[in-house]
Design a protein around this ligand. Structure first.
Ligand code: NAP
Length: 471
Protein backbone atom coordinates (compact mmCIF):
# COMPACT_ATOMS: atom_id res chain seq x y z
CA UNK A 1 0.00 0.00 0.00
CA UNK A 2 1.01 3.65 -0.30
CA UNK A 3 0.99 6.45 2.23
CA UNK A 4 -1.35 9.43 2.10
CA UNK A 5 0.24 12.84 1.57
CA UNK A 6 -1.74 15.89 0.45
CA UNK A 7 -4.51 13.79 -0.99
CA UNK A 8 -2.14 11.61 -3.04
CA UNK A 9 -1.21 8.00 -2.45
CA UNK A 10 2.57 8.31 -2.42
CA UNK A 11 5.26 5.66 -2.88
CA UNK A 12 8.98 5.65 -2.01
CA UNK A 13 11.90 3.54 -3.20
CA UNK A 14 12.58 2.31 0.32
CA UNK A 15 9.74 0.05 1.40
CA UNK A 16 9.06 -1.58 4.74
CA UNK A 17 7.77 -5.14 4.81
CA UNK A 18 4.75 -6.00 6.94
CA UNK A 19 4.69 -9.63 8.07
CA UNK A 20 2.12 -11.86 9.72
CA UNK A 21 3.82 -12.77 13.01
CA UNK A 22 2.14 -16.21 12.98
CA UNK A 23 4.07 -17.59 9.99
CA UNK A 24 6.26 -14.64 8.92
CA UNK A 25 4.42 -14.52 5.57
CA UNK A 26 4.61 -11.17 3.79
CA UNK A 27 1.30 -9.30 4.01
CA UNK A 28 2.30 -6.18 2.07
CA UNK A 29 4.87 -3.40 1.98
CA UNK A 30 4.57 0.33 2.72
CA UNK A 31 6.84 3.25 1.88
CA UNK A 32 9.38 4.45 4.42
CA UNK A 33 8.62 8.14 4.93
CA UNK A 34 11.60 10.49 4.83
CA UNK A 35 12.15 13.69 6.85
CA UNK A 36 11.08 15.61 3.70
CA UNK A 37 7.82 13.62 3.59
CA UNK A 38 7.14 14.48 7.20
CA UNK A 39 7.76 18.16 6.48
CA UNK A 40 5.34 17.96 3.54
CA UNK A 41 2.76 16.17 5.68
CA UNK A 42 2.92 18.89 8.33
CA UNK A 43 2.79 21.65 5.70
CA UNK A 44 -0.32 20.05 4.17
CA UNK A 45 -1.86 19.61 7.60
CA UNK A 46 -1.41 23.33 8.34
CA UNK A 47 -3.57 23.98 5.28
CA UNK A 48 -5.83 21.12 6.40
CA UNK A 49 -6.34 22.75 9.80
CA UNK A 50 -7.54 25.94 8.07
CA UNK A 51 -10.01 23.91 5.98
CA UNK A 52 -11.14 21.70 8.84
CA UNK A 53 -11.86 24.66 11.13
CA UNK A 54 -14.10 26.19 8.45
CA UNK A 55 -15.88 22.94 7.58
CA UNK A 56 -19.40 23.04 9.00
CA UNK A 57 -20.19 20.77 11.90
CA UNK A 58 -22.87 19.19 9.77
CA UNK A 59 -20.31 18.30 7.08
CA UNK A 60 -17.83 16.94 9.63
CA UNK A 61 -20.51 14.75 11.19
CA UNK A 62 -21.60 13.48 7.77
CA UNK A 63 -18.03 12.55 6.81
CA UNK A 64 -17.50 10.72 10.10
CA UNK A 65 -20.81 8.89 9.78
CA UNK A 66 -20.11 7.95 6.12
CA UNK A 67 -16.64 6.69 7.08
CA UNK A 68 -18.20 4.58 9.86
CA UNK A 69 -20.62 3.11 7.31
CA UNK A 70 -17.78 2.28 4.91
CA UNK A 71 -15.78 0.57 7.67
CA UNK A 72 -18.88 -1.37 8.70
CA UNK A 73 -19.55 -2.44 5.11
CA UNK A 74 -15.93 -3.69 4.90
CA UNK A 75 -15.90 -5.23 8.38
CA UNK A 76 -14.56 -8.58 7.29
CA UNK A 77 -11.75 -7.04 5.22
CA UNK A 78 -10.73 -4.84 8.16
CA UNK A 79 -10.90 -7.76 10.61
CA UNK A 80 -8.83 -9.95 8.32
CA UNK A 81 -6.17 -7.26 7.98
CA UNK A 82 -6.06 -6.66 11.76
CA UNK A 83 -5.61 -10.40 12.30
CA UNK A 84 -2.95 -10.74 9.59
CA UNK A 85 -0.66 -7.81 10.28
CA UNK A 86 -1.31 -7.76 14.03
CA UNK A 87 -1.48 -10.13 16.95
CA UNK A 88 -5.25 -10.72 17.29
CA UNK A 89 -7.36 -13.67 16.29
CA UNK A 90 -10.10 -13.11 13.72
CA UNK A 91 -12.75 -13.22 16.47
CA UNK A 92 -10.90 -10.56 18.48
CA UNK A 93 -10.33 -8.51 15.33
CA UNK A 94 -14.07 -8.48 14.48
CA UNK A 95 -14.80 -7.05 17.90
CA UNK A 96 -12.26 -4.29 17.32
CA UNK A 97 -13.91 -3.38 14.02
CA UNK A 98 -17.35 -3.08 15.58
CA UNK A 99 -15.89 -0.90 18.33
CA UNK A 100 -14.15 1.29 15.74
CA UNK A 101 -17.44 1.82 13.89
CA UNK A 102 -18.96 2.93 17.19
CA UNK A 103 -15.99 5.23 17.90
CA UNK A 104 -16.50 6.96 14.55
CA UNK A 105 -20.26 7.24 15.05
CA UNK A 106 -19.81 8.68 18.55
CA UNK A 107 -17.29 11.14 17.05
CA UNK A 108 -20.00 12.21 14.59
CA UNK A 109 -22.45 12.70 17.47
CA UNK A 110 -19.95 14.56 19.62
CA UNK A 111 -18.98 16.94 16.82
CA UNK A 112 -22.36 18.58 17.49
CA UNK A 113 -21.56 19.14 21.16
CA UNK A 114 -18.32 21.10 20.96
CA UNK A 115 -19.78 24.04 22.81
CA UNK A 116 -18.80 26.87 25.13
CA UNK A 117 -20.64 28.91 27.77
CA UNK A 118 -21.64 32.45 28.43
CA UNK A 119 -19.46 34.19 31.02
CA UNK A 120 -21.15 36.33 33.71
CA UNK A 121 -18.68 39.20 33.40
CA UNK A 122 -20.72 41.37 35.76
CA UNK A 123 -20.21 38.90 38.63
CA UNK A 124 -17.25 40.99 39.86
CA UNK A 125 -16.60 44.74 40.00
CA UNK A 126 -14.85 45.73 36.79
CA UNK A 127 -17.05 43.53 34.65
CA UNK A 128 -19.85 46.06 34.27
CA UNK A 129 -21.02 46.55 30.71
CA UNK A 130 -19.22 43.47 29.44
CA UNK A 131 -21.00 40.63 27.73
CA UNK A 132 -19.30 37.56 26.42
CA UNK A 133 -18.77 33.85 26.19
CA UNK A 134 -16.15 31.24 25.42
CA UNK A 135 -16.07 28.86 22.49
CA UNK A 136 -13.95 25.73 22.11
CA UNK A 137 -11.67 26.10 19.10
CA UNK A 138 -9.48 23.45 17.49
CA UNK A 139 -5.77 23.44 18.37
CA UNK A 140 -4.83 23.06 14.66
CA UNK A 141 -2.49 20.25 13.63
CA UNK A 142 -2.63 17.08 15.74
CA UNK A 143 0.13 14.45 15.46
CA UNK A 144 -1.51 11.07 16.09
CA UNK A 145 1.06 8.41 16.98
CA UNK A 146 -0.46 4.97 17.48
CA UNK A 147 0.64 1.51 18.70
CA UNK A 148 0.34 -1.93 17.14
CA UNK A 149 -2.10 -3.63 19.47
CA UNK A 150 -5.41 -2.03 18.36
CA UNK A 151 -4.41 -0.89 14.87
CA UNK A 152 -7.89 0.35 13.94
CA UNK A 153 -9.83 1.45 17.00
CA UNK A 154 -6.98 3.38 18.61
CA UNK A 155 -6.45 5.25 15.34
CA UNK A 156 -10.19 6.06 15.30
CA UNK A 157 -9.87 7.33 18.88
CA UNK A 158 -7.52 10.04 17.63
CA UNK A 159 -8.64 10.80 14.08
CA UNK A 160 -12.38 10.72 14.97
CA UNK A 161 -12.31 13.36 17.73
CA UNK A 162 -9.71 15.46 15.85
CA UNK A 163 -11.95 15.74 12.78
CA UNK A 164 -15.07 16.14 14.90
CA UNK A 165 -13.53 19.21 16.53
CA UNK A 166 -12.14 20.81 13.36
CA UNK A 167 -8.46 19.81 13.51
CA UNK A 168 -6.14 18.30 10.90
CA UNK A 169 -4.13 15.15 11.57
CA UNK A 170 -0.75 13.74 10.70
CA UNK A 171 -1.12 10.07 11.50
CA UNK A 172 1.86 7.82 12.22
CA UNK A 173 0.76 4.21 12.76
CA UNK A 174 3.11 1.59 14.22
CA UNK A 175 5.67 0.29 11.71
CA UNK A 176 4.42 -3.27 12.15
CA UNK A 177 0.69 -2.52 11.65
CA UNK A 178 0.27 0.33 9.13
CA UNK A 179 -2.08 -1.45 6.70
CA UNK A 180 -5.31 -1.24 8.71
CA UNK A 181 -4.65 2.47 9.31
CA UNK A 182 -4.20 3.02 5.55
CA UNK A 183 -7.49 1.19 4.88
CA UNK A 184 -9.15 3.59 7.32
CA UNK A 185 -7.59 6.55 5.47
CA UNK A 186 -9.04 5.16 2.21
CA UNK A 187 -12.47 5.15 3.83
CA UNK A 188 -12.06 8.78 4.98
CA UNK A 189 -11.01 9.83 1.47
CA UNK A 190 -13.99 8.03 -0.06
CA UNK A 191 -16.29 9.66 2.49
CA UNK A 192 -15.21 13.05 1.17
CA UNK A 193 -12.78 14.28 3.82
CA UNK A 194 -10.97 17.28 2.27
CA UNK A 195 -7.53 15.91 1.42
CA UNK A 196 -5.22 18.13 3.51
CA UNK A 197 -7.15 17.29 6.68
CA UNK A 198 -5.61 13.81 7.02
CA UNK A 199 -2.05 12.72 6.22
CA UNK A 200 -0.67 9.29 6.98
CA UNK A 201 3.10 8.71 7.04
CA UNK A 202 4.35 5.13 7.22
CA UNK A 203 7.56 3.39 8.19
CA UNK A 204 9.92 3.44 11.13
CA UNK A 205 9.59 6.52 13.34
CA UNK A 206 13.35 6.72 13.83
CA UNK A 207 14.01 6.97 10.08
CA UNK A 208 11.63 9.86 9.37
CA UNK A 209 13.21 12.41 11.69
CA UNK A 210 11.86 14.17 14.73
CA UNK A 211 9.56 16.79 13.21
CA UNK A 212 6.30 15.13 14.22
CA UNK A 213 7.32 15.67 17.84
CA UNK A 214 9.44 18.83 17.71
CA UNK A 215 7.91 20.93 14.90
CA UNK A 216 6.09 23.97 16.36
CA UNK A 217 3.45 23.79 13.59
CA UNK A 218 2.19 20.64 15.30
CA UNK A 219 0.05 21.95 18.15
CA UNK A 220 -0.74 18.70 19.91
CA UNK A 221 0.82 15.26 20.11
CA UNK A 222 -1.73 12.58 20.79
CA UNK A 223 0.38 9.55 21.61
CA UNK A 224 -0.56 6.00 22.55
CA UNK A 225 2.27 3.59 23.22
CA UNK A 226 4.88 2.51 25.72
CA UNK A 227 5.92 4.50 28.79
CA UNK A 228 9.53 4.94 27.66
CA UNK A 229 8.55 6.14 24.18
CA UNK A 230 6.03 8.52 25.76
CA UNK A 231 8.65 9.86 28.15
CA UNK A 232 11.12 10.46 25.29
CA UNK A 233 8.45 12.23 23.21
CA UNK A 234 7.35 14.41 26.14
CA UNK A 235 10.96 15.51 26.71
CA UNK A 236 11.36 16.68 23.12
CA UNK A 237 7.90 18.06 22.44
CA UNK A 238 8.52 21.64 23.57
CA UNK A 239 5.62 24.01 24.03
CA UNK A 240 2.65 22.09 22.71
CA UNK A 241 -0.17 20.04 24.17
CA UNK A 242 0.51 16.39 24.79
CA UNK A 243 -1.92 13.55 25.35
CA UNK A 244 -0.24 10.39 26.59
CA UNK A 245 -2.00 7.01 26.73
CA UNK A 246 0.74 4.76 28.06
CA UNK A 247 1.17 1.33 29.62
CA UNK A 248 0.12 -0.36 32.84
CA UNK A 249 0.26 -3.72 34.59
CA UNK A 250 -3.32 -3.90 35.63
CA UNK A 251 -4.37 -5.20 39.07
CA UNK A 252 -7.55 -7.13 39.91
CA UNK A 253 -8.60 -8.00 43.46
CA UNK A 254 -10.81 -11.10 43.85
CA UNK A 255 -12.34 -10.88 47.31
CA UNK A 256 -13.59 -13.89 49.30
CA UNK A 257 -17.26 -13.14 48.57
CA UNK A 258 -16.86 -12.65 44.80
CA UNK A 259 -19.01 -14.56 42.32
CA UNK A 260 -16.48 -17.34 41.82
CA UNK A 261 -17.26 -18.61 38.32
CA UNK A 262 -17.66 -15.14 36.86
CA UNK A 263 -14.41 -14.04 38.51
CA UNK A 264 -12.47 -16.87 36.93
CA UNK A 265 -14.09 -16.28 33.55
CA UNK A 266 -13.61 -12.52 33.40
CA UNK A 267 -10.05 -12.66 34.74
CA UNK A 268 -8.93 -15.38 32.30
CA UNK A 269 -10.43 -13.50 29.37
CA UNK A 270 -8.94 -10.22 30.64
CA UNK A 271 -5.48 -11.74 31.00
CA UNK A 272 -5.21 -13.41 27.60
CA UNK A 273 -7.20 -11.13 25.27
CA UNK A 274 -4.93 -10.27 22.33
CA UNK A 275 -2.32 -12.55 23.91
CA UNK A 276 -2.01 -10.07 26.77
CA UNK A 277 -1.02 -7.20 24.43
CA UNK A 278 -3.58 -4.93 25.94
CA UNK A 279 -2.92 -1.85 28.08
CA UNK A 280 -5.73 -2.92 30.45
CA UNK A 281 -4.98 -6.65 30.33
CA UNK A 282 -5.01 -8.40 33.73
CA UNK A 283 -1.44 -8.86 34.96
CA UNK A 284 -1.62 -8.84 38.79
CA UNK A 285 -4.35 -10.91 40.42
CA UNK A 286 -4.76 -10.47 44.19
CA UNK A 287 -6.93 -13.35 45.41
CA UNK A 288 -8.36 -13.71 48.90
CA UNK A 289 -6.75 -16.48 50.95
CA UNK A 290 -10.08 -18.24 51.60
CA UNK A 291 -10.66 -18.91 47.89
CA UNK A 292 -7.06 -18.75 46.64
CA UNK A 293 -6.38 -22.47 46.07
CA UNK A 294 -9.68 -23.13 44.33
CA UNK A 295 -9.33 -19.98 42.22
CA UNK A 296 -5.73 -20.80 41.26
CA UNK A 297 -6.64 -24.29 40.10
CA UNK A 298 -9.70 -23.18 38.11
CA UNK A 299 -7.82 -20.26 36.57
CA UNK A 300 -4.82 -22.36 35.52
CA UNK A 301 -7.08 -25.06 34.10
CA UNK A 302 -9.01 -22.56 31.95
CA UNK A 303 -5.78 -20.92 30.81
CA UNK A 304 -4.26 -24.26 29.86
CA UNK A 305 -7.31 -25.09 27.73
CA UNK A 306 -6.70 -22.15 25.33
CA UNK A 307 -6.28 -23.20 21.72
CA UNK A 308 -3.40 -21.55 19.89
CA UNK A 309 -3.24 -21.62 16.13
CA UNK A 310 -3.49 -19.58 12.96
CA UNK A 311 -5.14 -16.26 13.75
CA UNK A 312 -7.63 -16.54 10.88
CA UNK A 313 -8.88 -19.91 12.15
CA UNK A 314 -12.29 -19.45 13.83
CA UNK A 315 -11.41 -21.96 16.54
CA UNK A 316 -8.19 -20.23 17.65
CA UNK A 317 -8.53 -18.68 21.11
CA UNK A 318 -5.29 -16.74 21.27
CA UNK A 319 -2.95 -15.27 18.67
CA UNK A 320 0.74 -14.49 18.82
CA UNK A 321 3.07 -11.92 20.26
CA UNK A 322 3.66 -9.16 17.70
CA UNK A 323 7.20 -10.31 16.93
CA UNK A 324 9.82 -12.78 18.04
CA UNK A 325 11.76 -10.15 19.99
CA UNK A 326 8.68 -9.47 22.15
CA UNK A 327 8.09 -13.20 22.67
CA UNK A 328 11.74 -13.67 23.71
CA UNK A 329 11.44 -10.77 26.15
CA UNK A 330 8.31 -12.20 27.79
CA UNK A 331 9.85 -15.67 27.99
CA UNK A 332 12.99 -14.12 29.52
CA UNK A 333 10.97 -12.32 32.19
CA UNK A 334 9.18 -15.57 33.09
CA UNK A 335 12.54 -17.33 33.28
CA UNK A 336 13.91 -14.57 35.53
CA UNK A 337 10.88 -14.82 37.86
CA UNK A 338 11.17 -18.61 37.99
CA UNK A 339 14.89 -18.44 38.80
CA UNK A 340 14.04 -16.08 41.67
CA UNK A 341 11.47 -18.48 43.15
CA UNK A 342 8.25 -18.08 41.15
CA UNK A 343 6.20 -21.18 40.37
CA UNK A 344 4.91 -21.63 36.82
CA UNK A 345 1.43 -23.17 37.03
CA UNK A 346 0.97 -23.44 33.29
CA UNK A 347 2.70 -22.14 30.14
CA UNK A 348 6.02 -20.32 30.31
CA UNK A 349 7.57 -21.38 27.06
CA UNK A 350 7.62 -19.85 23.63
CA UNK A 351 7.64 -21.21 20.12
CA UNK A 352 8.53 -18.53 17.58
CA UNK A 353 6.16 -15.62 18.26
CA UNK A 354 3.68 -17.81 20.15
CA UNK A 355 3.54 -18.28 23.87
CA UNK A 356 0.98 -20.33 25.75
CA UNK A 357 -1.11 -18.59 28.45
CA UNK A 358 1.21 -18.44 31.44
CA UNK A 359 0.17 -18.36 35.09
CA UNK A 360 2.69 -17.64 37.86
CA UNK A 361 2.57 -17.56 41.64
CA UNK A 362 5.11 -16.54 44.28
CA UNK A 363 6.58 -13.96 41.91
CA UNK A 364 9.21 -11.94 43.82
CA UNK A 365 8.39 -8.26 44.07
CA UNK A 366 11.63 -7.24 42.40
CA UNK A 367 11.04 -9.45 39.32
CA UNK A 368 10.26 -7.64 36.07
CA UNK A 369 7.16 -9.83 35.67
CA UNK A 370 5.81 -8.05 38.77
CA UNK A 371 7.23 -4.54 38.45
CA UNK A 372 6.95 -3.85 34.73
CA UNK A 373 4.24 -4.05 32.10
CA UNK A 374 4.70 -7.54 30.57
CA UNK A 375 2.43 -6.90 27.56
CA UNK A 376 2.21 -10.62 26.95
CA UNK A 377 0.08 -13.60 28.01
CA UNK A 378 1.29 -13.92 31.58
CA UNK A 379 -0.51 -13.30 34.84
CA UNK A 380 0.70 -13.37 38.46
CA UNK A 381 -1.39 -14.63 41.39
CA UNK A 382 -0.88 -13.17 44.89
CA UNK A 383 -2.49 -14.54 48.06
CA UNK A 384 -4.03 -11.75 50.18
CA UNK A 385 -6.28 -11.49 53.24
CA UNK A 386 -6.23 -7.97 54.66
CA UNK A 387 -7.97 -5.24 52.63
CA UNK A 388 -5.68 -2.38 53.69
CA UNK A 389 -2.63 -4.41 52.82
CA UNK A 390 -4.14 -5.49 49.48
CA UNK A 391 -4.93 -1.90 48.51
CA UNK A 392 -1.38 -0.89 49.45
CA UNK A 393 0.03 -3.70 47.29
CA UNK A 394 -2.16 -2.74 44.34
CA UNK A 395 -1.09 0.90 44.62
CA UNK A 396 2.60 0.13 45.10
CA UNK A 397 3.53 0.36 41.40
CA UNK A 398 3.74 3.52 39.30
CA UNK A 399 0.92 2.62 36.88
CA UNK A 400 -2.85 3.09 36.91
CA UNK A 401 -5.17 2.91 33.92
CA UNK A 402 -7.84 0.46 35.12
CA UNK A 403 -7.98 -1.32 38.49
CA UNK A 404 -10.71 -3.80 39.45
CA UNK A 405 -12.29 -5.57 42.38
CA UNK A 406 -14.72 -8.49 42.42
CA UNK A 407 -16.83 -8.60 45.55
CA UNK A 408 -20.47 -8.76 46.73
CA UNK A 409 -19.76 -6.35 49.58
CA UNK A 410 -20.75 -2.73 49.04
CA UNK A 411 -18.36 -1.63 51.78
CA UNK A 412 -15.39 -3.44 50.23
CA UNK A 413 -16.33 -2.11 46.80
CA UNK A 414 -16.48 1.49 48.02
CA UNK A 415 -13.14 1.17 49.82
CA UNK A 416 -11.66 0.09 46.49
CA UNK A 417 -13.41 2.89 44.60
CA UNK A 418 -12.06 5.45 47.07
CA UNK A 419 -8.53 4.13 47.44
CA UNK A 420 -7.33 2.36 44.30
CA UNK A 421 -5.10 4.67 42.28
CA UNK A 422 -6.39 4.39 38.71
CA UNK A 423 -8.19 6.25 35.93
CA UNK A 424 -11.08 3.78 36.26
CA UNK A 425 -12.09 1.42 39.07
CA UNK A 426 -14.24 -1.49 37.93
CA UNK A 427 -16.42 -3.38 40.34
CA UNK A 428 -17.30 -6.93 39.32
CA UNK A 429 -15.51 -6.85 35.98
CA UNK A 430 -11.85 -7.45 35.30
CA UNK A 431 -9.66 -4.51 34.27
CA UNK A 432 -10.25 -5.45 30.65
CA UNK A 433 -13.45 -3.48 30.29
CA UNK A 434 -13.76 -0.28 28.31
CA UNK A 435 -16.68 1.50 26.77
CA UNK A 436 -15.32 3.70 24.00
CA UNK A 437 -17.36 6.72 25.10
CA UNK A 438 -16.10 6.73 28.70
CA UNK A 439 -13.19 8.93 29.82
CA UNK A 440 -10.18 6.67 29.43
CA UNK A 441 -6.63 7.17 30.56
CA UNK A 442 -4.17 6.66 33.34
CA UNK A 443 -2.70 8.16 36.49
CA UNK A 444 0.98 8.09 37.49
CA UNK A 445 3.22 6.77 34.65
CA UNK A 446 0.22 5.49 32.72
CA UNK A 447 -0.53 8.78 31.07
CA UNK A 448 -1.55 12.38 30.80
CA UNK A 449 -5.05 13.42 29.77
CA UNK A 450 -8.00 11.33 28.70
CA UNK A 451 -9.43 9.85 25.51
CA UNK A 452 -12.99 8.64 24.98
CA UNK A 453 -14.13 10.95 22.12
CA UNK A 454 -15.78 13.73 24.16
CA UNK A 455 -12.74 13.83 26.44
CA UNK A 456 -10.29 13.69 23.54
CA UNK A 457 -12.19 16.58 21.96
CA UNK A 458 -11.67 18.52 25.18
CA UNK A 459 -7.89 17.87 24.88
CA UNK A 460 -7.83 18.74 21.15
CA UNK A 461 -9.57 22.10 21.58
CA UNK A 462 -8.92 25.18 23.66
CA UNK A 463 -11.28 27.79 25.07
CA UNK A 464 -11.40 31.10 23.22
CA UNK A 465 -13.06 33.95 25.07
CA UNK A 466 -15.08 36.64 23.37
CA UNK A 467 -15.75 39.78 25.42
CA UNK A 468 -17.81 42.79 24.28
CA UNK A 469 -17.63 46.09 26.12
CA UNK A 470 -20.97 47.72 25.44
CA UNK A 471 -21.41 51.48 25.28
P1 NAP B 1 5.72 1.94 21.17
O1 NAP B 1 6.88 1.10 20.80
O2 NAP B 1 5.90 2.94 22.24
O3 NAP B 1 5.26 2.64 19.79
C1 NAP B 1 4.08 3.40 19.72
C2 NAP B 1 4.16 4.34 18.54
O4 NAP B 1 5.19 5.30 18.79
C3 NAP B 1 4.54 3.66 17.22
O5 NAP B 1 3.83 4.25 16.16
C4 NAP B 1 6.01 3.97 17.11
O6 NAP B 1 6.51 3.93 15.80
C5 NAP B 1 6.04 5.37 17.65
N1 NAP B 1 7.38 5.81 18.05
C6 NAP B 1 8.38 5.07 18.57
N2 NAP B 1 9.45 5.85 18.81
C7 NAP B 1 9.11 7.10 18.43
C8 NAP B 1 9.79 8.34 18.42
N3 NAP B 1 11.04 8.43 18.85
N4 NAP B 1 9.15 9.41 17.94
C9 NAP B 1 7.88 9.33 17.49
N5 NAP B 1 7.18 8.18 17.49
C10 NAP B 1 7.79 7.08 17.95
O7 NAP B 1 4.47 1.06 21.59
P2 NAP B 1 3.91 -0.28 20.96
O8 NAP B 1 4.86 -1.39 21.25
O9 NAP B 1 3.49 -0.06 19.55
O10 NAP B 1 2.58 -0.46 21.83
C11 NAP B 1 2.56 -1.07 23.07
C12 NAP B 1 2.44 -0.06 24.19
O11 NAP B 1 1.33 0.79 23.98
C13 NAP B 1 2.20 -0.74 25.53
O12 NAP B 1 3.00 -0.16 26.51
C14 NAP B 1 0.74 -0.46 25.80
O13 NAP B 1 0.38 -0.48 27.15
C15 NAP B 1 0.58 0.88 25.20
N6 NAP B 1 -0.83 1.13 24.92
C16 NAP B 1 -1.50 2.02 25.71
C17 NAP B 1 -2.86 2.23 25.50
C18 NAP B 1 -3.63 3.22 26.32
O14 NAP B 1 -4.72 3.60 25.89
N7 NAP B 1 -3.13 3.66 27.47
C19 NAP B 1 -3.51 1.52 24.50
C20 NAP B 1 -2.79 0.61 23.73
C21 NAP B 1 -1.45 0.43 23.95
P3 NAP B 1 7.39 2.69 15.30
O15 NAP B 1 6.46 1.53 15.25
O16 NAP B 1 7.89 3.15 13.98
O17 NAP B 1 8.49 2.49 16.30
Amino acid sequence: MRMLLGGEWVDRATRVEVHDPWDRSLVDTVPQATPADLDRAIENAVEGARISRRTTVYARATILRDTANLVEARSEAFATMIAREGAKTIREARKEVSRAVNTLNVSADQSKRVVGETIPFDSFPGGEGRRGWFERVPVGVVAAITPFNDPLNLVCHKVGPAIASGNAVVLKPATVTPLTALMLCEAFVEAGLPSPVLQCVTGDARRMGDALVTDPRVRMISFTGGVETGRAIAHRAGLKKIGMELGSNSPVVVWEDADFDWSVETCVSGAFWAAGQNCIGVQRLYVHDRIYDRFRDAFAEKAAAYRLGPKLDESTDMGTLIDERSAERVEGWVREARAAGARVLTGGEREGCSMRPTVLENVPLDAKAHREEVFGPTVNLYRVSDLDDTIAQVNSLPFGINAAILTQSVDVAFRAVDELEAGTVLVNDSTDYRLDAMPFGGVKNSGIGREGIRFAIEEMTEPKVVCFRLG
